[in-house]
Design a protein. Structure first.
Length: 261
């Protein structure tokens, strides 16, 4: 699972990775929003929030929003440094360490948010920084591992791609119907080709897993409050342990990369 990179990975490997970590992304995003009032798995909302706060002369709030954006970026940077470095030896071991780092940030959030009795917005923003950094780490390592095919912490690009793939399938089906009926219902000079079916399955897997994770996160917060994050911690550390086991597997070469021609 963590030994192949980019196009060397199978569609099934990408689906499993995407489904698992998209569930975690949705779960963490939902739990974070209910506990600290901020969406932490993407930066778009924080940029918009910063702009609104600046316009309203709420400079402290604007700085906090920008800091959360930087925390996401810092998490992505740290994760990429780990993966690109040869310090950890095998690449799968570097992924294990990066996932363990994400788990540590989630644990830190759970501890600090449970111990804090402050409801001041800036205190909540400080807690959200930990989740932003954790999600930045996750998004970076998954992007690197899949060759930029999989994103697991936000859905804007996913639904854009679903729309694109749906349009391609719609054109293909019209082409099939046109051949059977003998009626030209496909216009334009572009060749009608069958789209790659596993791609839309992958996109649907990400969207569905994220939505299920978000729903489960909301339910968990209602029942368990701050302890709800423990499920995400177990999921991430379990994935880290699996990556570590991959690094000990000597049955084949580690870090299998796509061939270059």
């Amino acid at each position: 699972m963590f030994r192949q990179l980019g196009t060397a990975r199978s569609d099934r490997q990408n689906r499993l990775l995407a489904g698992y970590l998209a569930f975690v992304g949705g779960y963490v995003n939902s739990v974070g929003f209910l506990l600290v009032g901020s969406f932490t798995s993407h930066v778009t909302g924080n940029i918009g929030r910063a702009a609104n706060d600046l316009a309203g002369a709420q400079f402290g709030a604007a700085v906090a929003a920008l800091t959360m954006t930087l925390a996401f970026c810092a998490g992505a940077f740290l994760s990429s440094v780990m993966v690109e470095s040869t310090f950890f030896g095998k690449t799968s071991r570097a992924y294990a360490v990066a996932l363990a780092g994400e788990g540590a940030l989630l644990i830190a959030f759970m501890i600090f948010s449970s111990a804090s009795f402050q409801t001041h917005p800036r205190v909540r923003d400080a807690e959200a920084l930990l989740l932003c950094a954790a999600m930045g780490m996750q998004n970076s390592l998954v992007t690197r591992l899949s060759g930029a095919v999989v994103r697991t912490t936000h859905l804007t690009g996913v639904f854009t791609d679903i729309g694109i793939e749906a349009a391609r399938w719609f054109r293909f089906w019209r082409g099939q119907a046109s051949e059977r009926l003998g009626v030209p219902i496909v216009f334009g000079k572009n060749v009608v080709e069958r789209p790659h079916a596993p791609k839309i399955v992958l996109l649907a897997t990400i969207a569905g897993a994220f939505a299920i994770g978000a729903t489960m996160g909301a339910i968990a917060v209602v029942r368990l409050h701050h302890s709800a994050m423990a499920f995400a911690v177990v999921a991430v550390l379990g994935c880290s342990f699996y990556a570590a086991l991959n690094s000990r597997d000597t049955r084949g070469p580690d870090d299998v990369r796509p061939s270059r021609r």
